[in-house]
Design a protein around this ligand. Sequence first.
Ligand code: TRP
Length: 370
Amino acid sequence: MEKIILTGDRPTGKLHLGHYVGSLKRRVELQNSGEFDKIFIMIADAQALTDNADNPEKVRQNIIEVALDYLSAGLDPEKCTIFIQSQVPELCELAFYYMNLVTVQRLQRNPTVKQEIQMRGFSDDEENANKKGTPVGFFTYPISQASDITAFKATVVPVGIDQAPMIEQTREIVHKFNTVYGETLVLPEMMLPENSACMRLPGTDGKAKMSKSLGNCIYLSDTSKEIKKKVNSMYTDPEHLQISDPGHVEGNVVFTYLDAFSTPDHFAKYLPEYSGLDEMKDHYRRGGLGDGTCKKFLFNIMEEFLQPIRERRKEYEQDIPKVYEILRKGSEVARAKAAATLDEVKAAMKINYFDDAELIKAQAEAYRQR
Ligand code: TRP
């Protein structure tokens, strides 16, 4: 069986470090490993519209931002297919059929949907002043996501942990479909980030994961100056007032980021006085290691991988029509693959009437004999 990757992002903003460590970096590694027969990377504009119906312009403007972030992070259009979800209408058709295999109750139990409904304050209860209920499209997006994954026969879906319920629900749909209509769809596996600090990279405020609405993001497109400012304002340990005070590394964002990014090479290069992160953490706990030193180290590490990304971005920014051309070509390739799967799905469901010579013949025969 072919090894196929599908994954993607909603174009609601520029991509940030959370995206990078949670998925983008891994995608580039997987792309360059040569282990996969096909890689599809989707800009999920249709999914973004499920809770941005009143703001299509935001989605429209961010498609290019996400595409630029992809290309500058190292995704190579020669090695992977980058495409726009809405340009593959076959995905909607698949979702329409999958909807019959999922109950309302099952969707209501999806932990990510549940949490997102709460976060967005969707409710049309009497007490709710703005009375904004959950859009049906939003409620059913896990089904649409199952279409995204199965349309490309993805065997592997690299995502962050918050997407686990989506993959689980996709797997259930695949099981159900194959049981009811015969073996047709491919059961996907989820691939999580390896490093636990990367699973949920906190924002610079340490409060939650990075999110644009909280203003705690470091963007891949940030300038060197912006990065420095953000690193310097990172939440550390409020009890670590003087350099000589003992400090906590747990919940200290600088150390969480060092967990995610630092390597022995970085120590050799920038902080040779420590053998590695454990020794550095011990010193911080004991007291005597200042936040300034830790932040400077982190800044150096981040610049090392962000600088080439920033430079590649500058180049692509000079040729936006070329980026759209990459997306257009990618969408064509994606569409062909999704259409082939849709044909198989319709054949399995026996709703391919015009290709079903047996059906036509049998009914013609039956009518002749009446
Ligand atoms: N839900 C994903 C996100 O919010 C985006 C997405 C849409 C996706 N369809 C997908 C991810 C299919 C993986 C596979 O980032």
